[in-house]
Design a protein around this ligand. Structure first.
Ligand SMILES: Cc1cc2nc3c(=O)[nH]c(=O)nc-3n(C[C@H](O)[C@H](O)[C@H](O)COP(=O)(O)OP(=O)(O)OC[C@H]3O[C@@H](n4cnc5c(N)ncnc54)[C@H](O)[C@@H]3O)c2cc1C
Length: 556
């Protein structure tokens, strides 16, 4: 029997073969458009229910918003603050699933300190403390043990400085300590879900852009075509958790045809599926023009951990003049911290959003306000920004718009799933696949993903005994020894790719052999995050090229 490593392997050869099968006329049960966390979640959900599945992604896995997040698996504190108890509970439940069942290797507990500085009045400290208490009740409600996420507590000034040595001492009254989940990396979560889906037979095809969707009832939509029929109202929309989805217009049983472009060869192809899920995030209106989004840019800075005293504790700093908005300082365990995040409404939907001058200054100022030695532009190693796919609504500012998700069946039978959070991707996927099963009368089993370990997952106890460096176990889980094995005949592969970066050459080769990396960008910007620091990216380019030629050398 083929091993999991092999069944989950994404390679250039597998991509070519599987795309040819589909372009040759095979009809799949479900075609997913978009390879962010939502799309790969849908592919896994459907494939693990026994459906035949293909996923097409215009760029690479995690090419869009899913690689620009704060990399937190939230327990829903923020939703509590806005009074959305149902969403808060859903987040806490999904955090429990990720941290304890499906991805304990990728998500770890993160201590977060909110320093009680003179800018935080006693009353707002009390309100925040009460909110943290509610958050802890949710944790208990979904049965996440306090050994995994300890309850929040008040810290003395001495304890606060002990945990975050870089804080300014003058006027510090203490701190509030609480815990949440932190991903080792968001793009790595996406790739791991995609590989797990592939192990269930899903075809994961990157560099395939959908140009138009056309069903046999004659309606069609597409980002590059003008084939819409004029109707702009979908017939069944659902937000967040709840009851089933009504079927949209169309014949229901005839396959839906999708025009796509293989951007590697320039060839056009026609793919056919019984149901199509549009999981294209901020690009969703391209295939579902009736969906209205209000994208909002969120920016992070990359700084050396040393400027915050090298602590593994995160900081949450209230943004002066704002209610319930905080700047976060998030240690990454690799000598870097990310400082985020802004919320700027934008109409410009681009593949690589660029932060503006003002956002960078604002973030530097907010965190400098609590530090003994302020940070400035000279400390910056890099910056990155992503676009939140927020649903338009009556709530005003993008910062106030709900983070709920919607499943919507359009007039061309395309099912769009959009909104939500990285944390709740599994629930979004379940709702979208339920909708597809109902709409196309697919023969599928019940959703299994709540108990389905992702590739490399195991209990924390088993992970602790995996014979590999902790850094690799945190990224590959039980598959970490397979990364090391690559270096058995070539110890050079255990060397870091460049000075000051702890990623090894073996990780790049593993990404080419098993994780579907096709070029330098895939290796440096998504399978690893070396590219977040432009100077490191430039220094690691040769190592990436070596890894790509490794495949050629070992498969010829
Ligand atoms: C700054 C920021 C911080 C965040 N932090 C957190 C956090 O800490 N925790 C959390 O839970 N959530 C967080 N979020 C939210 C979370 O990142 C998003 O909700 C989530 O990543 C959206 O994923 P997605 O798969 O829906 O969209 P995307 O990741 O954007 O995926 C859509 C994909 O569709 C592809 N695509 C588009 N058009 C086509 C086409 N025509 N054909 C084929 N493919 C196509 C794109 O290339 C893209 O890869 C954050 C968001 C932002 C912006």
């Amino acid at each position: 029997m083929t091993g999991l490593l092999e069944r989950a392997s994404l390679t250039a050869e597998r991509r070519t073969r599987e795309l040819a099968e589909l372009a040759g006329g095979e009809v799949v049960d479900l075609l997913v458009v978009g390879g962010g966390v939502t799309g790969v979640g849908v592919a896994l959900d459907a494939a693990s229910r026994g459906l035949s599945v293909a996923l097409v992604e215009a760029g690479d896995l995690a090419f869009g918003t899913s690689r620009w997040s704060s990399k937190l698996v939230h327990g829903g504190l923020r939703y509590l603050a806005s009074g959305d108890l149902r969403l808060a509970r859903e987040s806490a439940a999904e955090r429990e699933i990720l941290m304890r069942r499906t991805a304990p290797h990728l998500v770890h507990p993160l201590p977060i300190v909110l320093p009680l500085t003179p800018d935080v009045p006693a009353t707002s400290a009390l309100v925040t403390r009460a909110g943290l208490g509610f958050g802890d009740l949710l944790r208990r409600g979904v049965r996440t043990p306090s050994t995994v996420l300890p309850p929040p507590r008040r810290l003395s000034a001495v304890e606060t400085l002990g945990m975050v040595p870089g804080l300014r001492e003058a006027g510090l009254r203490g701190g509030l300590l609480y815990w949440d989940g932190q991903l080792v990396d968001d793009a790595r979560l996406v790739v791991t879900i995609a590989r797990t889906a592939a192990a269930f037979g899903a075809r994961i095809l990157t560099r395939v852009r959908v140009l138009a969707v056309r069903d046999d009832a004659g309606t069609g939509t597409g980002p590059d075509t003008d084939t819409g029929t004029g109707t702009r109202t979908g017939t069944g929309t659902r937000t967040g958790t709840g009851a089933g989805v009504r079927s949209g217009g169309g014949l229901g049983s005839a396959p839906i045809a999708v025009q796509a472009l293989d951007t590697l060869t320039g060839r056009h192809c026609r793919l056919r599926a019984r149901a199509v899920v549009n999981a294209t995030g901020v690009w969703a209106p391209g295939l579902a023009p009736e969906i209205r989004l209000r994208p909002s840019r969120g920016t992070h800075l990359v700084l050396p951990a040393a400027v915050f005293g090298g602590t593994p504790t995160a900081l949450s700093v209230p943004i002066p003049g704002e209610r319930n908005r905080y700047a976060l300082v998030l240690p990454q365990g690799d000598g870097r911290v990310y400082v985020g995040l802004t919320d700027v409404p934008t109409d410009e939907v681009t593949e690589q959003p660029v932060p503006d001058h003002q956002e960078i200054t604002q973030l530097l100022n907010v965190v400098s306000g609590v530090l003994a030695t302020p940070v400035d532009r000279a400390d910056l190693l890099g910056v990155f920004a992503g676009l939140r796919p927020l649903l338009d609504g009556p709530d005003g500012r993008t910062a106030d718009l709900s983070r709920r998700h919607t499943v919507h069946v359009g007039p061309n039978r395309v099912i769009t799933v959009v909104g939500g959070k990285l944390t709740t991707y599994r629930r979004m996927a379940e709702d979208a696949v339920d909708a597809a099963v109902a709409q196309a009368s697919l023969d599928a089993g019940p959703c299994r993903t709540g108990r389905l370990p992702l590739v490399g997952a195991a209990s924390r106890r088993t992970l602790a005994s995996v014979p590999a460096p902790r850094r690799l176990v945190a990224r590959y889980g039980t598959q970490a020894p397979a990364v090391l094995e690559l270096a058995r005949h070539d110890p050079r592969l255990l060397e870091p790719v460049t000075t000051g970066v702890d990623v090894t050459r073996a990780e790049l080769v593993f990404a080419v052999l098993h994780e579907g990396a096709l070029d330098e960008g895939d290796l440096l910007d998504r399978r690893t995050r070396i590219g977040l620091v432009p100077a490191d990216r430039a220094a690691a380019l040769d190592a990436a090229r070596d890894a790509l030629s490794y495949r050629a050398a070992h498969t010829s």
